[in-house]
Design a protein around this ligand. Sequence first.
Ligand code: ATP
Ligand code: MG
Length: 416
Amino acid sequence: MIYNQILVRFGDLTLKGKNQKAFLKSLYKLFSVKMAGLNVFIEYQFDRIFIHLNDSNVDDVIERLNLISGISSYSFVLKCDNDIESIKIKSRELMDEVAKQKTTFKVRTKRSDKNYPIHSMEVTKIVSAYVLKNNPNLIVDVHNPNVYLDIEIRNDAAYLFNTHIKAMGGYPVGIAGKGMLMLSGGIDSPVAGYLAMKQGIEIECIHFESTPLTSIESAQKVIDLVKKLAKYAPNNKINLHLVPFKELHMALIDNVPESYNITIMRRMMYRIATKLAIKKNCLCIINGESVGQVASQTLGSMNTINSVTNYPILRPLCTYDKLDIISLSKKIDCYDLSIKPFEDCCTVYIPKAPATSPKINLALKYEEGINFDELVDWCVLNTNSITISKDSDLDLTMEGLEVREVIKDLKEQGRC
Ligand code: ATP
Ligand code: MG
């Protein structure tokens, strides 16, 4: 590989606000965490970062780079001395590498060193003429070239590059504060979590588990999904709160008319999630709801469900098409896990005809039959919190049938 560095850009728009300092601090920290263990040297500058590759495996570096939110794009760069002879020779070497077959190209020069003795246009002319003469595959096309050769002259060196690759975008994760992600084992909620992190929100996850009514594999699936999301987290770890939901779940099944079962179950989830979010200093709740997807996600349902809390609820996917959600799910490597067919509390006892336009007054009336305040508080109090790192090998499935028991044992043994 002819390139010796990667030039990383943050996007200038983001850098103009008051948050500039905090943005850079978070980004630098994220960089050092994500690049840890690789043989690279990271050079932090005010408006960009250079990764010196030092013979590291480029694919490994790129894989890590793609986990960092707040980066707008990157380029592979050949750094050389900034005298015109070096620029000519290195430009030719680079174009020889890129143009092994006939192709069109254009040179663009930028001087941030305004004292440089040759003007940008002149550098462009000299270098174009030189590489053209030496590489018969090249044809100049200034309007619509296949390849650009960008030359950036700074006072310490010249930087040559011809790629401009889109990165994750967004803001460094953590800069926006913390949110509580309602994580089911489905396709949507991990994607919602990823998008929230991309927007700068550090996440904790809450999962309502009804073991042994549901299988322990369904809780394991959630742990495995958290592992995937932890790759993007500030310290490669995410806290997961497993709410023992079975009792409340059974109380709903026994006491609530079938058509309002899901509505009231989700009202309970929102109540518990709000209490836990406050307890864990999360400033919002995030979930994977998408308007119209199922009965509980019509606008009418959302109103009735949402009315139990005044906490901000972010729904990053609310307007997304399922196909777009699936392609993001594949991109973050969650899809194969998400489609594993384990039931969770939303998929056992699915009512035949759930209300698509449930009324708040009816929901309140049906809730009168359950002592739900106590059950909600019990759920919050008995929630099992564990920290999952990206490399976690936690496996609940061999340990028992009920999450609460299993976690208690594992904690006693110091295994989680
Ligand atoms: P799917 O891809 O099947 O739609 P989903 O996770 O979106 O999966 P829904 O029934 O559509 O499942 O639930 C809507 C949202 O409610 C989820 O995205 C998730 O944020 C939250 N949710 C549902 N079930 C649970 C659960 N057991 N624990 C935590 N959050 C849940
Ligand atoms: Mg869904």
